[in-house]
Design a protein around this ligand. Structure first.
Ligand code: MN
Length: 320
């Protein structure tokens, strides 16, 4: 009989699993990947009696692997906040799934554990950009403002570490990073004792400086785009940089393109002042999808760049 812990490599996935393992230490096989790598359950070859815990990846995106694991006789416990589709009714599946937009997987685990490690849930909520939920929980456990600032920074850094095309782009593999976090029941102790936080912060600053040196071009009043080169730092920083651009220019929509060999990876952010329209732009392209405020296109062929700029112009120009 084997244990498997399957989790998204971002702040939320890490902190969700961490809380569980602090309560129930377990020598499990860790399965994770870059943030975009969400079809993780297919990597598990589950047998009768195996126990699988899944955190922060969509059930819907892993449905066939889940069905197979259940058929093979595994027990599966699932903590998540992404769209699950229809949840199978099976005695061996225990789902803790809540798609409330104010919730993330680590907040679900915090609730499940009766608030044993809220500081880690706060780190994750900041990492998932859930400012209000993070601050609300921080208020409940009476954290000081200076502590909130540093937990927020840690969440942003852990989230930053998960961005990349492959593990090679990352400073720490999500499995290694989990092992680094595992000894600490409180993120404030982790920050004091480990040099991981400092390394991530430094690397993120360096990557952001590269990005800020590039020209952001206006498409029309209210929309802009920027092209990052085909480089590891681009793929690492794209999520953090997109959030910074949005925060610094709340009335402007942004398309952030990262060059690939035959096109671009595109992140689209609606203006934070009117956070709608991003998914409509993305869905006009074959590999596009996402949410109202933040969406993306996996591969935009070079020949479609003009069409993207047109779509940005007509989606966002009147919203200013
Ligand atoms: Mn999440």
């Amino acid at each position: 009989m084997k244990f498997y812990d399957v989790y998204n490599g971002d702040a939320d996935g890490l902190c969700a699993l961490l809380q569980l393992r602090l309560v129930t230490p377990r020598d499990a096989i860790l399965v994770s990947g870059v943030k975009r790598d969400i079809r993780l359950l297919q990597r598990v070859d589950a047998r009768q009696g195996d126990e699988i815990v899944v955190a922060d990846i969509s059930l819907d995106a892993n449905r066939s692997a889940l069905t197979r694991a259940l058929q093979n006789g595994a027990q599966v416990t699932w903590f998540d906040h992404h769209y699950p589709g229809s949840i199978p009714q099976h005695p061996a599946l225990t789902p803790y799934i809540d798609t409330d937009p104010r919730i993330c997987s680590s907040l679900i685990v915090n609730r499940h554990l009766g608030g044993r490690f809220p500081e880690w849930a706060i780190v994750a909520a900041f990492g998932d950009n859930l400012e209000q939920s993070a601050r609300q929980l921080a208020g409940q456990v009476s954290l000081q403002d200076a502590e909130i600032v540093v937990l927020r920074e840690l969440g942003v850094c852990l989230n930053y570490n998960a961005y990349g095309e492959t593990i090679d782009d990352l400073l720490y593999s999500p499995v290694d990073l989990f092992r680094q976090l595992q000894p600490f029941s409180d993120p404030r102790d982790f920050i004091r004792a480990s040099d991981v936080f400092g390394s991530l912060k430094q690397r993120m600053q360096d990557d952001l400086e590269h990005a800020r040196a590039l020209q952001v071009r206006e498409i029309a009043p209210g929309s802009a785009y920027v092209v990052l080169p085909n480089a590891s730092w681009s793929r690492r920083v794209v999520g953090v940089y997109a959030n910074r651009l949005a925060q610094d220019n709340p009335c402007t929509a942004h398309a952030i393109l990262v060059s690939k060999p035959n096109g671009y990876l595109v992140s689209i952010r609606a203006p934070t002042a009117h956070p709608t329209g991003a998914s409509k732009v993305a869905r006009a392209f074959e590999s596009g999808g996402g949410r109202e405020g933040a969406a993306g296109i996996d591969l935009l062929p070079d020949s479609e760049l003009d069409r993207l700029l047109d779509a940005m112009r007509s989606a966002f120009s009147e919203t200013v």
